[in-house]
Design a protein around this ligand. Structure first.
Ligand SMILES: [Zn+2]
Length: 574
């Protein structure tokens, strides 16, 4: 809901009385005087103020009663904002998302919200109608955990819809696909195909009849999904460009001033810089790139020539240590409670990790490794520790590597203090908890969940948490993340003992998870993350104070404005 009168001068589209420049020259860059609402700074010395002034993209005043101060200073293109009861925060950053995937989701068959296998089939059948025979149908976003059929979809379900199109449907977590017989045949996958390292080709059991038993059922887990890569729609540079623009604009409109984009193709860095130069990407993008050859880290890392636009930064690599919990690919110390023969998968070999980690430490490259299961996390903690022990400070490009574990989802309680002890940053997504906790007890049992999504315990042990969304795995909405972090309940209000309510965080901690702490986790804490004099003007404005309202009211707040580097990235009133 928008409030009636918000931005007094902005709404009228005129420059204020204290402007001293040519009014016709509507530059993208403004100076700002912002007051009249609650302004959270994420700075412990002065957590809430009433007024902020910005000149040349930098914060020049933080305090009370901006009026006199603004009148006395000389500004260019001054835009005065009367918050009128709405609230402003340091620009919110999603510390773990996939910007390309966020954009692609908007232009791909979207299976989010599908609530049964029957519903899935209906959605895909619609796509079949408009797709020429032989062309791949690719959709993403399904998740079966609430479905009445209580099983994964399989190739027989999809064969009912079409045997003339390869059908590939990616699970919401990106860690499994289900495909039809045509896709299996075209990829040469049959009974005797061996799964690649870190992958599984699921097979039918006897319940599906003697004619199907032991044959691939169409579910390909983790690395096995690479077997069908040749059938996926080609990602041309044009399609990528379109997706990046759509994703970045969508994000700005949700109140995000920045994203730590994960699993980025090193070739995309050129595209991202150009799009930012052309003002088509207006939010900050901090990239973690894929590594194709363990013996050579990508050249785009820490390369100022290739990262020429200040919004685009690339100094991290992204690796995957294990799979995901939903598809039982997360690597566990003890087997899954609902599958006693399975302890999940490690998807990265220690030998290869060691080469990359030691190289990264010498070259000043940040390492961000995906780990979900308690064993996956324990292994990565050990690998990081070994690399730190192996490479003396004198041989490192930076002494403070700030390596991260992406997700840090299920931890053995004994491992929790190791994060702060080794200086490793847990990068966590509150929405995963409130999505997963419905089924996590089945997978893990209640006792193991004492170390699950353990935000409070990690903070109390001295860690900071880089807060993210993992979009497009999750929706990528700051309101949902704040709600999840502060309330730790389902969007329907559900909770139970196994959700460990004591692991929720305070509203001020939630703010830091999406402002100050991601700034530190991306080596940008001297520039962004808090509202302090000298820092860059990155702000997010909501019509409702999401730190003050209770419960699901957070979800009804509306983003009004996103300002990055003193420039408007999103403006709900224009
Ligand atoms: Zn991710």
């Amino acid at each position: 809901m928008f409030k009636s009168i918000l931005f007094t001068t902005a709404a009228l589209g005129v420059l204020s009385a204290c402007s001293n420049t040519n009014q016709l020259e509507v530059a993208a860059e403004n100076d700002w005087c912002i007051s009249g609402g609650t302004i959270y700074t994420a700075d412990d010395d002065k957590p809430i103020v009433e007024a902020v002034a910005v000149k040349n993209g930098k914060i020049v005043y933080v305090g009370e009663n901006v009026g006199d101060w603004c009148n006395s200073a000389s500004f260019n293109n001054l835009r005065e904002i009367n918050l009128d009861g709405s609230a402003m925060y340091p620009g919110l950053t999603d510390a773990h998302g996939h910007l390309l995937g966020i954009g692609l989701r908007e232009v791909t068959l979207n299976l989010e919200g599908v609530n049964s296998i029957k519903h899935l089939k209906e959605k895909v059948a619609e796509a079949v109608k408009t797709t020429p025979i032989g062309e791949t149908i690719y959709g993403r976003g399904w998740i079966e955990t609430h479905w009445p059929e209580k099983r994964f979809p399989n190739k027989l379900d999809l064969d009912d819809i079409s045997k003339d199109h390869p059908i590939i449907l990616e699970r919401a977590d990106g860690h499994a696909v289900v495909v039809n017989s045509e896709a299996l045949n075209l990829s040469g996958i049959n009974m005797s195909t061996a799964a690649p390292y870190g992958g599984a080709i699921n097979k039918f059991d006897e319940a599906f009849g003697i004619e199907n038993e032991n044959k691939p059922d169409g579910m390909l887990i983790d690395n096995a999904s690479q077997l069908i890569n040749d059938l996926l729609p080609k990602l041309t540079p044009e399609r990528k460009e379109e997706a990046y623009i759509i994703g970045a604009n969508l994000y700005a409109s949700r109140g995000w001033s920045g994203i730590h984009s994960m699993s980025v193709d090193p070739d995309d860095i050129v595209i991202l810089n150009r799009l930012a130069d052309e003002n088509k990407i207006k939010i900050r993008v901090y990239n973690s790139v894929d590594v194709n050859n363990p013996n050579e880290l990508p050249k785009v890392l820490n390369n100022d020539d290739l990262n020429s636009n200040e919004l685009i930064q690339t100094r991290a690599i992204k690796l995957y240590a294990d799979g995901a919990l939903g598809s039982r690919g997360a690597s566990l110390i003890e087997p899954y409670s609902d599958d006693p023969t399975n302890s999940g998968l490690m998807t990265l070999k220690e030998k290869e990790a060691k080469i990359m980690l030691e190289r990264a430490l010498k070259e000043g490259v940040q390492v961000n490794i995906h780990a979900i299961g308690d064993s996956g996390n324990r292994e990565v903690l050990r690998w990081y520790k070994n690399a730190f022990d192996q490479i003396p400070h004198a041989d490192r490009k930076i002494t403070d590597p700030r390596w991260r574990i992406e997700h840090s989802q299920i931890l053995h309680r004994e491992d929790i203090p190791l994060f702060s002890k080794y200086g490793i940053i847990p990068s966590m997504q509150p929405s995963h908890a409130i999505g997963d906790l419905y089924f996590a007890e089945d997978r893990l049992g209640k006792d193991r969940l004492a170390g699950g999504y353990a935000w409070r315990s990690l903070i109390d042990s001295g860690s900071i948490i880089a807060g993210g969304t993992d979009a497009p795995v999750e929706i990528g909405d700051p309101r949902i993340e704040f709600y999840a972090a502060i309330e730790r309940k389902g969007l329907d209000g559900f909770t139970s003992d196994a959700w460990y309510n004591n692991e929720k965080v305070t509203s001020h901690e939630a703010l830091k998870m999406f402002t100050k702490w991601p700034a530190y986790a991306s080596f940008q804490e001297t520039k962004i993350g808090t509202i302090e004099i000298g820092k860059t003007a990155d702000f997010t404005i909501f019509d409702t104070d999401i730190l003050e309202v209770q419960g699901s009211d957070i979800l009804n707040a509306e983003p009004l404005m996103t300002i990055v580097n003193g420039k408007v990235a999103f403006d709900a009133l224009n």
